[in-house]
Each structure stands twice: as structure tokens, then as C-alpha cells.
Design a protein around this ligand. Structure first.
Ligand SMILES: [Zn+2]
Length: 279
């Protein structure tokens, strides 16, 4: 990344929903929902869209991701979080250099000469798009096929040269399940923002968001074809599309590309499955 600090585009506010988009309640306090977390630079806002109970659930997994494995990228890109935590300004980072004889050597490196990377999990094609592995009610969680590496700051070659090293070892502890639920939340929020509320029992994602179901691999994955257009200089790209099924069902598929200009994977999720009545 050459830019240090993302200019925050203007916030876009959709019309108020007036109901919790997760449990459907219309009573009690309803708060604004960011479609993409504010902590990732998201600017789309759904007003009056979450009750306090559901907000407690969603903010928990979002925080795990924001303060966890995505934190380094957020810092490197200068994205500010929901609360402007005053964190001590880092001046040095400890990095583990791999010596030519494969011995690991830890060294303090000035921040501007350090290698910063963020990993994003690459997932298989989700069951609803995969004729070989169609959705199964007993499916659990997700599999990971690879990791995309987004590199910030110093070029890797430049960074290792002064240390006569051949590489850098970077360890990441990733909260994959929290990340998957965050993807589901983004997709569901965007669906409601662009297409309006719908019967929540037609959402395969809401139970995953609320933690009552774990069959994410049926509905959440990555897709290799049809990458989202990169004609817009957006930080993240979202796109919804109605897929005609076998005549018995109709599905809305949502594509999400985070940090789109970095050539990352495109996530695809089923945000609504509607079974058509067969007369
Ligand atoms: Zn709710």
C-alpha cells in the first residue's frame, strides 16, 4: 500500500428499518448497524436495525476480528475504530528473521522498516453452489483452502536485506469462526439495505450470525469466477444477485471482496433461500 491512511468517504445512510434485522423485534431500542464494520472503514449505515440483545452478540465477534488478526492491517491502513482508543504509538516491532541456515533470529525493527501482513482465509465453494458437495444440515463450520496475504509497508526484500536473512516468520492467530460470522453479518445487512426486510426464516445466515447454527460451509465460501468489477476505487466491494434455482427455489447470492484492490479472494454467501410453491 502506498497510501497511508484511507480517506473516509461520506457515510451513506439507508432509510430506517424499524425492526431488528436479526430477530425481527420492533420493540425496545433499535440501534444503527454498519453493513461493513466501521472498524474496517465501512460507510454504509442501516438506521434502527438492531436490538440490544442482538447487538451484544454481533459486537462480540466483530471485536474479536477487529482487535485480533485484522488489527495489523487496520493500523497499517490508518483505519480508525468505533472508539478512538488512544493506543501508544509503536516505534519498534519484534520480527522473527529466518537466517540462511534456517535459524530463527528475533530482532527489534523500527516500525517503518518492518514487514506488516494481514491474512484472509480462502474458503472452498459453498455447498449451495457446489453440485458435488450440496448443503447438508449436519455440516459444521468451514474448511480453509489457503490464505491470502496482504502486505503493507516495507517491501519484503528491502526489509530482510539489512539482517542478511532469507525470510521473515509471521505467526497469526485467526479467529476463523468469528470472521465467518462477520461475513454473514455483512451479507445479511447489505441484503436488507438493498432489498428490504424479508421473512427471517428464509435467511440461512441469521442463525449463523446469532450462533444457533454452525452449517456455514453450506452457505458461505469463496468463488473463483466472476470477480467483482474493479472499476470503482472502493476499499471493499459488495454485490447482490438473484440466482434462479432448479425451479423449486430461488436464492440471493452476495459477493464480498474485502480490501478489493489487494487482489483478495471473493467471498460468496447465500443471503436468502426462497422455496417457490409448486402448485
Ligand atoms: Zn434482535
Amino acid at each position: 500500500m502506498q497510501d497511508n491512511g484511507i480517506k473516509a468517504p461520506n457515510t451513506h445512510r439507508y432509510p430506517p428499518v424499524g425492526a431488528c434485522i436479526y430477530c425481527g423485534t420492533t420493540s425496545g431500542r433499535l440501534t444503527d448497524e454498519h453493513v461493513i464494520p466501521k472498524g474496517l472503514g465501512g460507510t454504509l449505515v442501516l438506521p434502527e436495525a438492531s436490538c440490544d440483545t442482538c447487538a451484544k452478540i454481533t459486537s462480540l465477534f466483530e471485536q474479536h476480528v477487529m482487535r485480533g488478526f485484522m488489527d495489523r492491517g487496520r493500523q497499517a491502513m490508518g483505519i480508525k475504530g468505533r472508539k478512538q482508543h488512544k493506543r501508544p504509538k509503536e516505534t519498534a516491532l519484534t520480527q522473527t528473521f529466518i537466517q540462511p541456515d534456517n535459524v530463527l533470529l528475533e530482532q527489534e525493527v523500527p516500525v517503518d522498516q518492518a514487514i506488516r501482513v494481514m491474512h484472509l482465509p480462502v474458503l472452498p465453494l459453498p455447498g449451495f453452489l457446489d453440485p458435488l458437495h450440496p448443503p447438508r444440515p449436519d455440516a459444521e463450520q468451514v474448511d480453509i483452502t489457503a490464505f491470502d496475504t496482504i502486505q503493507f509497508g516495507t517491501d519484503q526484500f528491502q526489509a530482510i536485506r539489512p539482517h542478511s536473512a532469507v525470510g521473515v516468520q509471521i505467526k497469526d492467530r485467526m479467529a476463523i469462526w468469528d470472521f465467518v460470522r462477520m461475513l454473514a453479518k455483512i451479507a445479511h445487512g447489505y441484503h436488507v439495505a438493498t432489498r428490504g426486510m424479508f421473512p427471517l426464516e428464509e435467511s440461512p445466515l441469521v442463525p449463523i450470525i446469532l450462533g444457533t447454527r454452525h452449517d456455514a460451509k453450506n452457505w458461505i465460501g469463496c468463488i473463483a469466477e466472476h470477480p467483482l468489477p474493479l472499476d470503482r476505487p472502493a476499499l471493499h466491494l459488495l454485490n447482490d444477485e438473484t440466482l434462479e434455482g432448479d425451479g423449486q427455489s430461488e436464492c440471493v447470492a452476495l459477493r464480498i471482496k474485502l480490501f478489493a484492490t489487494q487482489g483478495t479472494a471473493t467471498y460468496i454467501l447465500a443471503s436468502r433461500i426462497r422455496y417457490l410453491s409448486t402448485g
